[in-house]
Design a binder for this molecule. Sequence first.
Ligand code: GLN
Length: 319
Amino acid sequence: MPILKTTDSERLQEVLDDIADRIAGMSERGKVAQYIPELATVDLNQFGIAIAPIDGPLISAGDAGTLFSIQSISKVFSLTLALQQVGASLWQRVGREPSGDPFNSIVQLEHERGIPRNPFINPGAIIVADVLLEDRSSDEAVNDLLALCRELSDDNSIEVDASVAESEMRTGSRNRALAHFMQAEGNLNAPVEDVLSLYFRQCSIAMSCEQLALAGRFLAAAGQNPATGATVLSAQRARRVTALMMMCGSYDASGEFAFRVGLPAKSGVGGGILCIVPGIASVVAWSPGLDQKGNSHLASIAFQELVRATGWSIFGPST
Ligand code: GLN
């Protein structure tokens, strides 16, 4: 099967419409995240998908313009900012290996002396947030993250959803435990509540599939924002962030996602999944119902169907 080109926008639109139609008819939709009360109220019957090719206009279907909580997908953008700020020294405080444990697991941290396995599980992202606070307040860091997302999506309307942030702040005992433990081990410098104030707000940024697909596009384009030509990360760093997405972006289901889809991905408990198709496009699918590992059930199915129809798996087409 030939690999579908993004210039064939008519065919791509048909592929997306077909996926959205089939997903609309599926009765097993997963479960919305219950542990963040504000996310538990989101309507399960939503699905959107958007492709941002590196060399052409957006293509989308379903609820691709609806805002949702980006949650852990924010970890890609906070990592990007931290790498811009401190470069490779970041890796003294957080590893680069898949954890094989749930995203909020505490168990590994004790064995590994407060150094989280990777920046895409909660303790790793909490360390990245702490790094961002080295030279700014948590309000400034939230603004810098929003500025990055707005610049990349070319959309100044992107904001933190204050009610989701407040909901996480109120119920975030597990993340507090992770942060306190890392502080006890000497791997967290700023006060725990400052770090969590940034972490909870970054997770509560609300974006649509279309905005998020544009925001991820620099990773498909060797670190450059194709809209402006600006370098967001060096080509080498962009490749490394993408490698981490492949190995760690879906937590303890990263192997399963690579097996089924074969694209670097970052998922969040708001039900979004951002996938990078290197040299071709950035793609976001969203549906709020999650599977047992905390990844969107229907967005995962949508990506399986997308790679089958386009041949975009980095491991080659299926037939
Ligand atoms: N804000 C969520 C948490 O800290 C993010 C988790 C996720 O999306 N996997 O638990």
